[in-house]
Design a protein around this ligand. Structure first.
Ligand code: AMP
Length: 222
């Protein structure tokens, strides 16, 4: 299956894509994670991306399109992939269409996670992850059971994303509405868009997504 996850920052795209990677064996492609790795490794792309990401703005289309075009051609994508954080603009959506056409890959579904935006600032500014095992937490909704200790691996090291501050979240939301939301009607028009209520619990959201994916798998068998 080849899927796209869309939705504002903090809607739960990453959480769901990571889960599906484990449960369905499809590669998660997070352009945000790829860029954070570039920043960490201080590559040319990383140097360009660092300040743009900290301001909550978007990396230029040509740079990100090139990066994604290389990634979808890697071996692990042959079993299918989920795009988490791409496309984010009209030119990216158009480039993706031609990329998939060239590779003879069919897009199966676009999962749109909708959320109440009043909750987003807390959802995002409260989040942190274990530096050792990557388990995710939130100051407001899901703190560690024992203060400063990871529930999963017991580590005491945690990291927060540089762009998860309250101020940057507002900028990221603005960018989402101005540049990403306008691509939704296209996916709706071609009948691929599935809207999921991301305000529900992780279990309920997972269940709704699984129902959509099962339906797609059944259709594929016919
Ligand atoms: P994310 O982890 O998806 O929230 O992405 C974090 C940041 O990486 C975004 O705020 C952008 O600065 C940058 N980024 C990630 N994906 C893209 C993309 N498809 N186009 C442009 N910038 C991106």
């Amino acid at each position: 299956m080849n899927l796209i996850f869309l939705g504002p920052p903090g809607a739960g795209k990453g959480t769901q894509a990571k889960r599906l990677e484990v449960e369905y064996g499809i590669a998660q492609i997070s352009t945000g994670d790829m860029l954070r790795a570039e920043v960490k490794a201080q590559t040319d792309i990383g140097k360009l991306a660092k300040s743009i990401m900290e301001e909550g703005k978007l990396i230029p289309d040509d740079v990100i399109i090139k990066m994604l075009a290389q990634r979808v051609r890697q071996a692990d994508c042959a079993q299918g992939f989920m795009l988490d954080g791409f496309p984010r603009t009209q030119p990216q959506a158009e480039a993706l269409d031609s990329m998939l056409g060239e590779l003879h890959i069919q897009l199966d579904a676009v999962i749109l996670l909708t959320v109440n935006e009043a909750d987003l600032v807390e959802r995002i500014s409260g989040r942190y992850t274990c530096a050792k095992c990557g388990a995710g937490y939130n100051d407001y909704f899901k703190p560690t059971q024992v203060k400063d200790t990871c529930d999963v691996c017991g580590s005491h090291d945690f990291v927060r994303r540089a762009d998860d501050s309250r101020e940057t979240v507002q900028a990221r939301l603005k960018v989402y509405h101005e540049q990403t939301a306008p691509i939704l009607p296209y996916y709706r028009k071609i009948g691929k868009l599935h809207e999921i209520d991301g305000n529900k619990s992780i279990e309920e959201v997972s269940h709704q997504i699984d129902t959509v994916l099962k339906m797609i798998q059944e259709k594929g068998k016919k």
